[in-house]
Design a protein around this ligand. Structure first.
Ligand code: SF4
Length: 690
């Protein structure tokens, strides 16, 4: 029957490109992806998608896909069988553990992979190898937001749902390029603004689309958000505009907090942020008067040395105004990758087990020890960022990286790459031969989301199932299967035949996910955590109280920490950086979609019209940016989205040449180790004028 066309098939999947969590039917014939069809029942997006969800799938059938394991032999990679690759990894992991102890090995899970695969990665690290050296890329983006919310409200997730954002009277957008980073969510909010009169106030360095459309757009100096946020809180308290009943009944530590606000006058805020005191007063009055207020923030807040404190300042303001325990209110850190929330939820973090119980919690640890039949380590583990220095210091000898392009997405990329050169043994599991693979000893070919089953959790804590659309290409395998087979090669008795069995195990151990089953997530059904054993889920986290023993939230006293890597006479320009609508992250996936590549063939640097005129730069001129760490060369785009001496570099750089992280430093948020990606001073030279 070779003359017959393969059958037309329709399979439900979930987008792999951002934390909004759009779900849709994917129509295929054989391996050809014919169309992406969003449907009414999709809980987040209905009939919408953005360009990436609709057209960003060419990578699945790319000629560049890894289809067989690779082993480095005498400096060159050669193809190998799975058995040979597993045997080599098991032998090297065991010998490194025997020589240096389990804490000489570290594991990095992926926010692009499923919850089940995050669960297995931490089980492999903790239960098979015996180390807490396990982390994921939320370290690079949203850990400070999670920290800020744990401190103040108790849970590290969005307070409510996207529907709460839609229904709010006032939205504050802080360091969030929502229209490009979370496009379908932004569309829902643009409609709320247009049709319901919702008010949008945007605080950002850059005049992106949400800023362009905002009712008020304000540009604080880089890294100063904590100051204006605290000044608003102080003004509201000084003028008796706070929600007194809510503070009295539901919130602790008001007196200490009020005292800590002493320095944050409107005049001081004007001096530090550059926003006039009068304007801040108007904003404070708007915030105090709003019947329902939500704050949306992203990496413009978190990727600073004060990222956790600034996230805490946002939560403080919401508490002062009573905007945290009602529908249409709350804190909404926008999760970047499709499963950055779920990857942390399922325990790929050095200190936390699945469901955020601490490894140091004896009762929680005992539950896992009993189920897994092992004794778990209580040693503190390295996170993604601290792993790099630990390698340089000779404490870490081996690294297993699943689906992360660490060589160019961690800060200070040249320092990271130099660390990888020092490893005794490195395994990288990915769908393409990434920049990180170049430094590996073994490369394992993995399958992307459309070639496997599993679940993702979106930014509003919503579990959704993805079904297998295609068979894995060549000899590639789903990550969960690779992990299972590798664990067996290491002597563990893992026998998972389907991701549903992994979820059943995780749900039986993590109380937060007790009611998660594949049946309850059938088709387009979804659940928002925490999920009780009877399947009751939680669209809004705090309607019944905050997640502390007394049910009360906690205001936190804060001090302002100025950004690092300040400009001076030589390094005179500040570089901001982030996403583009058309591309995803460093571009390894979207770069392989011909249509997207034709739209945005390269990363570029945005230069303000005034700076361009001063320096004689035109759109298309090639420029060299040099920071105190490294140098990149890329084309310039002259645009009034940026102002003055502010530059913006897009992050869609495949390989080293344009990678923003050649410029970034080792400085990190003091409370979460999230690198200060947004704190870069550079000098700019013109190489060639278009
Ligand atoms: Fe995918 Fe996000 Fe676009 Fe939705 S908004 S289609 S989840 S990239």
């Amino acid at each position: 029957e070779a003359w017959r066309q393969p059958e037309l098939k329709k399979t439900k999947t979930v987008c792999t490109y951002c934390g909004v969590g759009c779900a849709f039917d994917m129509w295929t014939r054989g391996r050809r992806i014919l169309k992406v069809q969003p449907v009414e029942e999709a809980p987040v997006n209905g009939i919408s998608t953005c360009i990436k969800g609709k057209f960003g799938w060419d990578f699945v059938n790319s000629q560049d896909r890894l289809t067989t394991p690779l082993i480095r032999d005498n400096g060159r990679f050669r193809e190998a069988s799975w058995d040979e690759a597993y045997a080599l990894i098991a032998e090297r992991f065991k010998s490194i553990r025997a020589a240096h102890g389990p804490d000489a090995l570290a594991f990095v899970a992926s926010s692009k992979c499923t919850n089940e695969e995050s669960y297995l990665m931490q089980k492999l690290a903790r239960g098979v190898i015996g180390t807490n050296n396990i982390d994921n890329c939320s370290r690079y983006c949203q850990s400070p937001a999670t920290k800020g919310l744990w401190r103040t409200m108790g849970y590290g997730g969005d307070g409510g749902s996207i529907s709460d954002l839609e229904s709010a009277e006032l939205l504050l957008f802080i360091g969030s390029n929502t229209a490009e980073s979370h496009p379908v969510l932004a569309t829902r909010l643009k409609q709320a603004q247009k049709h319901r009169g919702q008010t949008h106030i945007v605080f950002d360095l850059r005049r992106h689309e949400m800023a362009e459309r905002a009712d008020r757009f304000l540009r604080p100096r880089p890294g100063t958000d904590l100051v204006w946020l605290s000044a608003l809180s102080r003004y509201i308290l000084d003028n008796g505009l706070e929600d007194k009943a809510f503070l009295e009944q539901r919130v602790n530590h008001l007196a200490e907090y009020r005292q800590s606000l002493a320095p944050f006058t409107l005049d001081y805020a004007e001096e530090i942020t550059g926003i006039p005191a009068r304007t801040l007063e108007e904003v404070a009055l708007q915030v105090a008067k709003a019947s329902t207020l939500c704050a949306i923030w992203a990496m413009g807040v978190t990727q600073h040395v004060a990222g956790s404190d600034t996230s805490t300042a946002i939560a403080n303001l919401l508490l002062v105004t009573g905007n945290a325990r009602r529908k249409g209110c709350g804190a909404y850190p926008m999760r970047g990758h499709n499963n950055v929330q779920g990857c942390s939820d399922f325990g790929s973090m050095s200190k936390r087990l699945p469901g955020y119980e601490f490894v140091s919690d004896d009762a929680a640890r005992a539950r896992y020890e009993k189920a897994w039949g092992v004794t778990l380590s209580t040693n503190s583990g390295y996170n993604n960022h601290t792993m790099i220095d630990a390698i340089h210091e000779g404490k870490l000898k081996s690294l297993y990286v699943m689906g992360e392009e660490m060589a160019i997405v961690d800060a200070n990329a040249l320092h990271v790459q130099a660390a990888f050169d020092k490893l005794d043994f490195m395994v990288v599991q990915d769908i393409f031969f990434s920049r990180t693979c170049e430094q590996a000893d073994v490369v394992l070919p993995a399958a992307p989301s459309v070639e496997k089953e599993g679940t993702f959790v979106n930014t509003e804590r919503r579990f959704q199932r993805l079904y297998q659309v295609l068979e894995p290409l060549g000899d590639s395998k789903p990550d969960w299967l690779i992990q299972t087979e590798l664990a067996r090669a290491l002597g563990a008795d893992w026998s998972y035949r389907h991701p549903g069995e992994i979820m059943d195990e995780a749900a039986s151990l993590a109380p937060m996910f007790a009611g998660v089953t594949y049946e309850r997530l059938e088709g387009y059904r979804s659940l928002q955590w925490p999920i009780a054993a009877d399947g009751t889920d939680t669209p809004h986290l705090y309607l019944d109280g905050f997640a502390f023993p007394d049910g009360k939230a906690r205001l936190n006293a804060l001090e302002y920490t100025p950004p690092t890597d300040q400009t001076d006479g030589e390094y005179d320009l500040h570089v901001n950086n982030g996403r583009l609508l058309e591309t995803f992250h460093e571009g390894n996936l979207t770069h392989r979609s011909a249509g997207i590549r034709s739209q945005v063939p390269t990363s570029f640097v945005e230069v303000s019209p005034e700076l361009a005129e001063q320096r004689g730069i035109k759109s298309g001129s090639r420029v060299r940016l040099t920071s105190r760490r490294g140098t990149i060369e890329l084309p310039a785009l002259v645009t009034d989205r940026v102002a003055g001496n502010e530059l913006y570099v897009t992050e869609n750089a495949v390989g080293n040449d344009h990678a923003i992280n050649v410029l970034t430093s080792n400085e990190a948020d003091k409370d979460s180790s999230t690198p200060a990606f947004k704190e870069i001073a550079v000098k700019m030279e013109i190489l060639e004028i278009e």
